[in-house]
Design a protein around this ligand. Structure first.
Ligand code: PLP
Length: 399
C-alpha cells in the first residue's frame, strides 16, 4: 500500500533531541525520577525586564494585528545594533528577517539558497536539524567529519576533503552543538577565504555566540572573512542567550535579493512572528548583557563539574568544551560491557538502557553523525546535574 504521507515528509527524520526531551518529560510527568540531559534549553527563567516588556505589550492593541512579515521595525533595528555591538557585523534593517526561532531561520536560508541536488557541507558532529533542513530544501547534505583527537576542530582540510563541484553551501556554527568546540578566529577566517575562493555560500549560525568560556571567543565569519563578499547568511536568535527558548524569536541576515526571497517565502508560510515575542526580544537585545554573563557563569561552573564527573567514569572520556552548553563524551569504552544485565554495542542502545534502568536521558551520538558519543546538556540545575551523573557512575561501577 502506498504511504498516505508525502514522500518528502516520509523521508524526514524526527528531531532526536526533542524526542528524547519529550520522552523524559513524559516519564517525569508520570512520576518517574528522570534526570534529562536532552534538551538544549537553559533552566533559568527569562530575565524579568524582558518578561515585563512582553506583559506590557499584551495590553497594547497595536500588537493584536498583523505586522510586517519581516518583523517589527524596532526589532530589526535592535538586531542591526546588536550585530554591530556583539560581532562587528555591519548590516541594515532591510537585510533582517525575524523568524520563528533560529531553527526557522536555518530552514528559510536553505529554502532560499538551494536548488535540487546542490551539496551542502556540514561539519560533523553536527546539529541534528541541519541535514534535515537541507533535505527539505531539496539539497544534499554532505558531512565533513572532524576528528575527536583534534578537538572536533573544523579546518579547511576537513572541508576540502568533502568538497565537490556541486558544493553550493557550508553551514558553519561555532560554538558547536553538540561538541561545544569553539573555532579559533584564524580558522574561521581561513574557512571564509576558502569558501570565497570556491564560490561557496556560508550560512553562519551564531546562536551560541555569547556562550564561550575561558579564553575561547566566537567570531562571525562574514566579519573576519570579508572575502566572502555578500555570499553569506547569518542566523541567530534570543533562545540560548536570554533563556528564551519558548518565545520563538530568531533572525536571518543576508544580501537584499536573498532577503527579499526569504521574506516572500515567509509571507506565504507564517506571516509575521507573534508580536508579543517580538516586543520581548526588543527588550532583550536593547538591554545590556549582564543577565547573560550571570547565566554564563553558572554554565561555566556546570561545564567543569560535568566534564570532571564524566572523566571519572571508567570507559568514558570527555574533552572540556569551550562553548555552548553541551558535553560530548566518547562512551565507546562502555560498549560490549554488561551493564545492568544488558550489553550495548552503540550509543543509541546505551542511551536506551540508561533511560530505562537509571532514568537518565541523554541524546545518542547517532543524532549528530557519530556512534561513539552521547550529548549531555549542562543547562540544567546543579543538583540534577550531579545526581544524574552520580547515577551513571554508580551504574557503570556496578556493571
Ligand atoms: C546550533 C543551533 N542552531 C540553532 C538552534 C535553534 O534555536 P531556536 O530555534 O530555539 O532559536 C539551535 C537549538 O538547539 C542550535 O543548537
Amino acid at each position: 500500500m502506498s504511504s498516505r504521507v508525502s514522500h518528502l515528509l516520509g523521508g524526514l527524520a524526527p528531531s532526536a533531541t526533542l524526542a528524547v526531551d519529550a520522552k523524559a518529560k513524559a516519564m517525569k510527568a508520570a512520576g518517574e525520577p528522570v534526570i534529562g540531559y536532552g534538551a538544549g534549553e537553559p533552566d533559568f527563567a527569562t530575565p524579568v525586564h524582558i518578561v515585563e516588556a512582553a506583559a506590557k505589550a499584551c495590553y497594547d492593541p497595536v500588537n493584536y494585528k498583523y505586522t510586517p512579515t519581516a518583523g517589527l521595525a524596532e526589532l530589526r533595528e535592535a538586531i542591526v545594533a546588536k550585530s554591530m555591538r556583539d560581532s562587528g557585523l555591519s548590516t541594515t534593517a532591510g537585510q533582517v528577517l525575524v523568524t520563528n526561532g533560529g531553527k526557522h531561520a536555518v530552514i528559510t536560508a536553505c529554502m532560499t539558497l538551494l536548488n535540487p541536488g546542490d551539496e551542502v557541507l556540514i561539519p560533523a558532529p553536527y546539529w541534528t536539524t541541519y541535514p534535515e533542513a537541507v533535505y527539505l530544501a531539496s539539497g544534499k547534505s554532505v558531512a565533513a567529519m572532524t576528528e575527536e583527537a583534534n578537538g572536533f576542530r573544523v579546518t579547511v582540510d576537513v572541508l576540502e576533503r568533502a568538497r565537490t563541484p556541486k558544493t553550493k553551501m557550508l553551514i558553519f556554527t561555532s560554538p558547536s552543538n553538540p561538541t561545544g568546540a569553539v573555532s579559533r578566529p584564524d580558522d574561521v577566517a581561513a574557512i571564509g577565504r576558502w569558501a570565497a575562493e570556491h564560490d561557496i555560500w556560508v550560512v553562519s549560525d551564531e546562536i551560541y555566540e555569547h556562550l564561550t568560556y575561558g579564553d575561547a571567543k566566537s567570531v562571525s565569519m562574514p566579519v573576519v572573512a570579508p572575502e566572502l563578499g555578500d555570499r553569506w547568511v547569518v542566523v541567530n536568535g534570543v533562545a540560548k542567550t536570554y533563556a528564551m527558548t519558548g518565545w520563538r524569536i530568531g533572525w536571518m541576515i543576508g544580501a537584499p535579493d536573498i532577503m527579499a526571497a526569504a521574506v516572500n517565502y515567509q509571507s506565504q508560510t507564517t506571516s509575521n512572528i507573534a508580536n508579543i515575542s517580538q516586543r520581548a526580544a526588543v527588550a532583550a537585545l536593547n538591554g545590556d548583557l549582564s543577565c547573560v554573563y550571570e547565566m554564563r557563569e553558572a554554565f561555566d561552573r556546570r561545564r567543569k563539574i560535568m566534564t570532571s564527573m564524566l572523566n571519572a567514569i571508567d570507559g568514558v572520556s570527555c574533552a572540556e568544551p569551550d562553548g555552548a552548553f553541551y558535553c560530548y563524551p566518547n562512551v565507546s569504552g562502555l560498549f560490549g560491557r554488561s551493564l545492568g544485565g544488558r550489553v550495548a554495542t552503540n550509543s543509541a542502545e546505551l542511551a536506551e538502557t540508561l533511560l530505562e534502568q537509571i532514568k537518565v536521558a541523554v541524546v545518542p551520538g547517532e543524532a549528530f553523525g557519530t556512534t561513539e558519543h552521547f550529548r549531555l546538556s549542562y543547562a540544567l540545575g546543579d543538583d540534577d546535574l550531579v545526581e544524574g551523573l552520580s547515577r551513571l557512575a554508580a551504574f557503570v561501577a556496578a556493571g
